[in-house]
Design a protein around this ligand. Sequence first.
Ligand code: PLP
Length: 220
Amino acid sequence: MGIVENLQKVKSSLTENVKLIAVSKTKPNQAILEAYNAGQKAFGENKVQELTQKFESLPKDIEWHMIGHLQRNKVKYITPFVHLIHGVDSFSLLQEINKQAAKNNKIQKVLLQFHIAKEETKFGFDLEEAKSILNSTVFVELKNIEICGVMGMATFTNDQKLIESEFKLLNEIFDNLKADVFNHSSSFKEISMGMSGDYLIAIKCGSTMVRVGSTIFGSR
Ligand SMILES: *Cc1c(COP(=O)(O)O)cnc(C)c1O
């Protein structure tokens, strides 16, 4: 099957309130254009250099999502154009994004990444850590970031029950922050969870954004 058929298939399995981020990392511009010409406008990348090159050479109305681990010294390269940064996992990264966003006269949308998987290797906050930052006076001074929600990755496993419990945990973290920290603000609304192998489970657990790569573009 081709990219366009794969894309339509994934789209038809999403519920109405779920946004599809087509993860195009390692794939050539031509593959992205195929999906773009079929109506897909949101793409996700996980490496700064690749993201920047693709931004420069592809249509300017593409909405770019940074979904990978982001180093502080590279924030400046993507802030001018990136739509949403999914993987914010430290206060110092938030500070740097705020600084670069201010330079670019923009409010940068970000998601806070939470560690929900059993695996040690995944990045992210835990709830208490995030709350203490969000309730601090230094956080209030960051005027050029907007925290739009949370992001997480489940354990890489075939155990559907484990994946489901991890996505449910992220949903609970979202609800907790929305009530306790964000005062039910309507701009705190996104739960970015679900990839090729688990996006249907993620949707069942309340995902609002799925990040799907290989099911659309083929294996990497
Ligand atoms: C690569 C990647 C995806 C997409 O993975 P697939 O299994 O190809 O769908 C989603 N999220 C993140 C953070 C990724 O790095």
